[in-house]
Design a protein around this ligand. Structure first.
Ligand code: GUN
Length: 294
């Protein structure tokens, strides 16, 4: 049996399930789910991510709206865009792609989004509800990881999970989700970061490693316990002159080095990445159905 968790195949399966559900909703005369994305400026990585989100909407039968704004947009103008989306009854959920230009207050933007349409799960109300174990929109990457662990029947209860990296988008929410009382959860969690003493020893205790630090090939076999499960969240560009674009994508884990030791691992690309977009679609579907009782 392969040790590789095939995020790409799993994402395709879940997209088919979502497409089926959209068809059923339409045949019952219900509204077609509608996601909007706001993209400010032309950061190449953001362009790629947003393009992928919009294409994925089309694939499952959602409506999508892409709102592009110049880098020079003012805070007030962006707030007006958000207000319009909050008030537009046809939009079920929307995201404002990050990072934003330096003159924009990202926190204020996140706060301005109606939490009932916050399909990124970044609003403090959604994060607070998640921390309290209440139903909420979960941030896309952590939600995608939970779905992978679930569908691969990877036991988490009572396991020791070590998260590397404490970002708001991945490390911190992941540490909360893995420790909460839920089907995928009930783990004992250690959240490690740049100030952690003897990181190698901490990671070596892990049954489940979630690497989200943004340093290519950071996790090596000397840090990994025999039989561990590794979720590699890293999407790093590393120089590769054999590629036309001059780089390739690499994870935070040295996969070749650790493969003999692990029981499961997610590859990069084709692991966590495709699951992230699927999670956004799932959140949008939940929004269209008004599923969360706030
Ligand atoms: N930038 C990087 N990841 C994300 C994400 O999940 N959502 C948004 N809005 N911006 C991002």
């Amino acid at each position: 049996m392969s040790k590789l968790i095939d995020g790409k195949a799993l994402a395709a399966t879940i997209k088919e399930e979502i497409a089926q559900e959209v068809q059923e909703m339409q045949s019952q005369g219900l509204k077609t789910p509608h996601l909007a994305a706001v993209l400010v400026g032309n950061n190449p990585a953001s362009e790629a991510y947003v393009g992928n989100k919009v294409r994925s909407c089309e694939k499952v039968g959602f409506k999508s709206t892409l709102i592009r704004k110049e880098n020079s947009i003012t805070q007030g103008e962006l707030m007006d865009v958000i207000k319009d989306l909050n008030e537009n009854p046809d939009i079920d959920g929307f995201i404002v792609q990050l990072p934003l230009p330096e003159h924009i207050d990202e926190h204020a933007v996140t706060l301005a989004i109606d939490y009932k349409k916050d399909v990124d799960g970044f609003h403090p109300i959604n994060i607070g509800r998640m921390a309290q174990g209440l139903d909420s929109y979960l941030p896309a990457t952590p939600f995608g990881i939970l779905q992978m662990l679930d569908r691969y029947n990877i036991e988490t209860s009572g396991k020791h999970c070590v998260v590397i990296g404490r970002s708001n988008i991945v490390g911190t929410p992941m540490s909360i989700l893995m420790s909460r009382k839920a089907k995928v959860g009930n783990a004992t969690v250690t959240l490690t970061h740049s100030r952690t003493r003897d990181l190698e020893a901490e990671v070596k205790r892990a049954d489940i490693i979630i690497a989200a630090i943004g340093i290519p090939f950071f996790v090596t076999s000397n840090m990994v316990k025999e039989g561990a499960v590794i979720i590699d969240v890293g999407i790093n560009r590393v120089e590769d002159s054999s590629r036309k674009r001059g780089y390739r994508l690499a994870g935070d884990v040295n996969l070749d080095d650790v493969l003999d030791k692990v029981s499961y691992i997610t590859p990069v690309p084709g692991g966590v990445g495709p699951m992230t977009v699927v999670s956004l679609l799932k959140n949008t579907l939940r929004a269209a159905k008004g599923e969360i009782e706030f």
